[in-house]
Design a protein around this ligand. Structure first.
Ligand code: AMP
Length: 173
């Protein structure tokens, strides 16, 4: 399946969740079996020989892609979650959103020291979420090998904010 065909399966919802946002709805992509397989296959192809020790997924849409990718790579999956969800000792980070702040957590013992970690999320917008995730991974002793996204909104320049990391995206708008 061509990259263009994958892009055409992402549904654009204007003014969701607030006026002015063009929401990229992935349910139409993951609801298509061949397309979902293609996404995971392409990511697997890119990372299979990169000595990745763990895949990190960010709650909640990040879990949709991180779980099958970790399975294909044969490595563990480490969840980064909203506060109060992870049961053991955690590190927590608070970060700025466009309006207000948000918090994320990771288990303190999530990684072997120096583990090479692949972080995956559904979409790169401003990069605030993934930057916070990278800070958490550092606190827990992991090393970020690359940041992977199914979708990148290039006009928001998230890459600029994340310029000390390798970044890969499958589909760009
Ligand atoms: P950011 O921190 O600005 O990079 O935003 C990243 C998170 O917000 C992503 O994990 C997305 O799930 C969500 N998000 C931001 N903008 C959009 C959008 N236009 N469509 C769908 N999801 C979005």
């Amino acid at each position: 399946m061509a990259r263009q065909d994958l892009a055409s399966l992402i549904r654009n919802i204007p003014d969701f969740p607030i006026p002015g946002i063009q929401f990229k709805d992935i349910t139409t992509l993951i609801g298509n079996g061949p397309a979902f397989s293609e996404v995971i296959d392409r990511l697997h192809e890119r990372y299979r020989d990169q000595q990745i020790d763990a895949v990190v997924g960010i709650e909640s849409r990040g879990f949709i892609f991180s779980a099958p990718l970790a399975y294909r790579l044969g490595v563990g999956l480490v969840p980064i979650r909203k506060p109060g969800k992870l049961p053991a000792a955690t590190y927590q980070i608070e970060y700025q959103l466009e309006y207000g702040t948000n918090k994320l957590e990771i288990h303190r013992d999530a990684f072997q020291p120096g583990a090479r970690v692949l972080v995956i999320d559904d979409l790169l917008a401003t990069g605030g979420t993934i930057a916070a995730a990278c800070d958490l991974i550092g606190m827990a002793g992991g090393q970020v090998a690359e940041l992977a996204f199914v979708i990148e909104l290039t006009f928001l320049n998230g890459r600029e904010r994340l310029r000390n990391h390798n970044i890969f995206s499958l589909i760009q708008f």
